[in-house]
Design a protein around this ligand. Sequence first.
Ligand code: FCB
Length: 463
Amino acid sequence: MDRDFPPDFVWGAATASYQIEGAVAEDGRTPSIWDTFSHTPGRILGGDTGDVAADHYHRLDEDLDHLSDLGLDAYRFSIAWPRVQPGGSGPVNPAGVDFYSRLVDGLLARGITPVATLYHWDLPQELEDAGGWPVRDTAYRFEEYARGIVGALGDRVRTWTTFNEPWCSAYLGYGSGVHAPGRTEPAAALAAVHHLNLAHGLGGRVVRELAPAAQLSVTLNLHVIRPASGSDADVDAARRIDALANRAFLGPLLDGAYPADLLADTASITDWSFVQDGDERLAAIPIDVLGVNYYSTTLVQAWDGVSPRVTADGHANSPHTPWPGADAVDFLPQPGPHTAMGWNVDPTGLTELLLRLHREYPDLPMMITENGAAFPDVVAADGAVHDVERIAYIRDHVNAVADAREKGADVRGYFVWSLMDNFEWSFGFERRFGIIRIDYDTLQRTWKDSAHWYKARVAGTRG
Ligand code: FCB
């Protein structure tokens, strides 16, 4: 049964710049770490790159019309730093800014609210060459970039999100190396965590100054971590992973300090001396809404010291861990069903996460900024995609949001990931999350059954 939502609940769809835009060398854009990484042999399944992706850069109006036809309230997109500030320093590039200005105006003209993310992983390559996120200066460069783009788009954007999933940027980018820039240095991963948190504070301050009427947010991929048993060792493993995955961000961003257990757990890797006086205060700039991305749950147990290691944490495989200081934790496979990513489907995890956040931060409104599923889509003889599993996934998770709301969680919106099929990072075009299918040969857009279903679901909440 479809659950009720109030008429002012925000329904949307999400994308990210490198995953859909293509046009990587046009109008002054310079390479990001994802251009370099995707062009490095062996890094991406099938050798795919974002060079063309869904060609959204050239099909802006058509894609905006799809959003409008879907009847959505809001669109969550991200801005490519190397388009707006090529090379990551110096003045803004008018042509790059113009693309996002047209995007925002096109949304507003269609009555759709723009929700913009400043950083969804496409760091200018020059800044990585200068050290990347493990280096403090990158946070100041981010502040400068934010000043340029927020200055240009300002209050036309309703919600400015500083970062998407800094967990991935830090731990997958610098720990396990399965994301760009592909480094495998645990101490650098933790330094990256801090500089991303600091950059959130610096960029957030710019948003407050230049777009005072806009909302400020950050999107986190908080993990729902369950211990395999109630034993002290398993419960402690869950605590340790919670510190790295969740409290390394919630602590500085919402509580104004890193949790003591995180610092203790990682003491053999780093002394955290990169945290300077005042950083945590800066990072804790008050936000208006917390973005929550949710796909799956995580099951951990303490390693017994002899058995073969189990590392089914849902992230791409690497001989290097994305979990610094957690060498004695195993990540167990979980019961199905599973999506094409191998992620277990468990909508109760979403309710649990929202209720935890509600308990710990009762006054903080939340938005589901990503939720959705990859399945092996089949194009039927009539050209349709009968993606019943995706519909079920979205329906059940939307209902899980309703459950959390009923129990008091202040969740204001839901954005499906994703508006269209796109470049799924290290899995390339092999994994499809869209409710709109992209034919990568013709670049034609076709609504899957899930798009028709979502449109009706959204319309149904309007009475
Ligand atoms: C999230 C990313 C998003 C997309 C989904 C499937 O981690 O933010 O870009 O790749 O996963």
